[in-house]
Write a protein that binds this ligand. Structure first.
Ligand code: CA
Length: 489
């Protein structure tokens, strides 16, 4: 036996006999939901308390300028997990299924599974409604538990036992508001009674176990997504929250499609103002962020105490940002910074110059190829992101601008300085983020920027596939996880 064959058989033995040191690194894939840049290390809201995410950024590599591929849960997560842009998958909104249209797609967890990993997950990784998270993606998976089972429709969340509205509901005191958009402290609940704690506990139990293979462990926290429920002490951290600045004239220079996106759910903005609840809602978002951070800390502590601490790549990400009244808009689903800028941190094997934030613009699409490279898995040729491994080694490495897509043919290109938006009807916005970090002044109409816009346009996809069918177009059976397209007409 020559040396190479001998080493080869040793590597083969790794899984069965020698233990983790001889095998590939594990992955802890940690998602939070709707967390914008109001995170200590990102500076979006000075005074926010996120000590655990901040310490992860210190021990790893923080991407200060990371953007989702699409500013909404299902298209963002589908892009990240399939490695393809929304314009390629046709998944542009929250009511679409990727699986029946693309049964051949090899997603990130499937790729790890096919390459010898034990693949486990809990909570919200794929989109959270039934039909988005096929069980064959995982060796084991624990479904998401919600803080508000009284609101969850059985056809979307068939595993949830619906409950009647509890006393004191709605907890934000706004009667007949949008059902999920509630916030407050749930009476009588301890930390571990909140829905996300099921995923936290799953992570803790998993990490204690001895593993015979390298693992890919995906933990998806729902916080700070609405409803923004958290224990009282997280609300107490923010006695006097600041409101975002919203100039009255901010929308005046926007093209019609931008106006339309800003106006979606405008009634919620107006209702929050009318009820005098803006500051309360901001406080609840901050509380939900700090509660999410607390749970992230628990998972990181469990990893650090485990035998896997040294051989696990950690990646933390949020699927999209969140508006809290900026541009008179709430939620996500816009092409502005508020909806696209997200936390992204890598730590562990393969990272160097840790504690030094990277300022290059990057995309969540880049996570899939990065994890392949860090774990020495083949990089699938269809992936549309670009590995971040060079940036993880070298803070000065070059990287492509980030492209954000919302609905077919509407794109934003984000470089370190500029945000250029072009809608499907050819109308545009351009912001110089050095001079105008809140994106108040649309300068797309100034002739001096024509060359810049033409250069940035090169990064936008040239074509967009039509939207795939929606949930209501199918008969979906949760027990057998099968989709049957309904006959038209
Ligand atoms: Ca989301």
């Amino acid at each position: 036996m020559d040396r190479r064959t001998f080493l080869g058989s040793l590597a083969g033995l790794g899984a069965a006999g020698i233990g983790e040191a001889a095998t590939k690194p594990n992955v802890l894939f940690l998602a939070v939901d709707d967390m914008n840049d109001w995170v200590g290390c990102l500076g979006g809201y000075p005074g926010v308390k996120t000590p655990n995410i901040d310490r992860l950024a210190q021990r790893g590599v923080l991407f200060r300028n990371a953007h989702c591929a699409s500013p909404l849960c299902n298209p963002s997560r589908t892009a990240l997990l399939t490695g393809r842009r929304a314009d390629t998958t046709g998944v542009y909104n929250n009511d679409q299924f990727w699986r029946p249209v693309h049964p051949d797609y090899v997603t990130l967890p499937m790729h790890f599974k096919a390459n010898g990993y034990h693949v486990a997950g809990a909570g919200k990784i794929f989109h959270h409604t039934a039909g988005a998270n096929p069980p064959d993606q995982w060796d084991e998976f624990q479904l998401q538990q919600f803080d508000d089972p009284w609101w969850r429709r059985p056809e979307w969340y068939p595993w949830v036992k619906k409950e009647p509205n509890p006393p004191g509901h709605p907890f934000n005191g706004i009667q007949n508001f949008q059902g999920e958009f509630d916030w407050g402290v749930l009476p009588g609940r301890k930390d571990e009674d909140y829905g996300d704690w099921h995923a936290v506990r799953f992570a803790g139990d998993f990490l204690k176990r001895k593993q015979t293979k390298p693992f890919f462990l995906a933990i998806g926290l729902w916080h700070p997504h609405i409803p923004m429920f958290a224990p009282q002490r997280f609300f107490d951290m923010y006695p006097d929250p600041r409101l975002p600045e919203v100039p009255e004239t901010d929308l005046d220079d926007l093209p019609p499609m931008a106006q339309k996106f800003a106006a979606a759910r405008r009634n919620e903005h107006e209702r929050i103002l009318k009820e005098g609840k803006w500051r309360d809602a901001v406080r609840a978002y901050l509380a939900a962020i700090s509660f999410a951070d607390f749970m992230v800390g628990k998972i990181l502590d469990d990893l650090d105490r485990s035998p896997h601490a040294k051989n696990t790549v950690i990646v933390l990400w949020s699927d999209n940002g969140w508006h809290l009244g900026e541009k008179q808009h709430w939620h996500k689903s816009t092409l502005w910074e508020r909806a696209s800028h997200v936390p992204l941190i890598f730590a562990g094997p393969g990272t160097k110059a840790t504690g030094t934030p990277r300022t290059q613009t990057v995309s969540l699409l880049d996570i899939y190829p990065t994890l392949c490279e860090l774990c020495q898995l083949p990089v699938r040729p269809e992936l549309e992101g670009e590995s971040l491994a060079p940036l993880l080694r070298d803070p000065k490495a070059k990287h492509k601008p980030a492209v954000i897509t919302f609905n077919p043919g509407n794109h934003a290109v984000r470089t370190e300085r500029w945000r250029y938006i072009r809608y499907s009807d050819g109308t545009e916005e351009l912001y110089d983020r050095e001079a105008d970090p809140n994106e108040y002044r649309n300068i797309a109409g100034q002739a001096q920027y024509d060359k810049l816009k033409a250069d940035l346009r090169q990064y936008m996809p040239k074509t967009s596939v039509p939207a795939v069918p929606e949930r209501e177009d199918y008969d979906f059976d949760f027990r057998t996880y099968t989709y049957k397209l309904k006959k038209k007409g």
